[in-house]
Design a protein. Sequence first.
Length: 206
Amino acid sequence: MSVEPEVKRAVAFFDGQNLFHAVKNAFGYKYPNYDPAKLAKAVCVTKGWTLKQARFYTGVPSADDNQAWNSFWTRKLLTMSRAGVHVYSRPLRYRNKVGLNGTTVLVGEEKGIDVRIAIDILSCAIKGYCDVALVFSQDQDLSEVADEVRALANQENRWLKIASAYPVSAAVANRRGINKTDWIKIDRVAYDACIDPWDYRAGPAT
């Protein structure tokens, strides 16, 4: 039987766009104003885990497609990197999508972000870098990696946990975390304590 470690090392994995849209629905914020390092540490403190690293993943539009958002993410990712967060970004891909009213709009889509997160979660677990994979996302595509982490724990008789953290409020209907993970709900007070003081739409980070 696996022995629960006294010190539980956690690595946090942020699905940047998934978290942003969840925060927007729950709390009404119009741009990604979270500080991943603060948010990961705050959640780990409540659970008694020791945060070893925060890793952040997002799609970024090219300057030709959207100058404003490209500048925002370039600045924010630079600040995160300087704070010790491991950042991973990929260009957004655009395609036409027909809306409910029949109009066609150009929509940016991420490709490969959830796959990269899943690979890195499993890699960290296999290499023994963490005891807890803390995922800031509600993307159910990541439920499969939860199965793999559980299988690894059984195979090696190790104590391993995977958890999903996400914002909740009376405004949102989706109160589910990723299936087969421990669910950690973040309320408005806890989230607001971890807001980045800069919004990067105008600066800084140069």
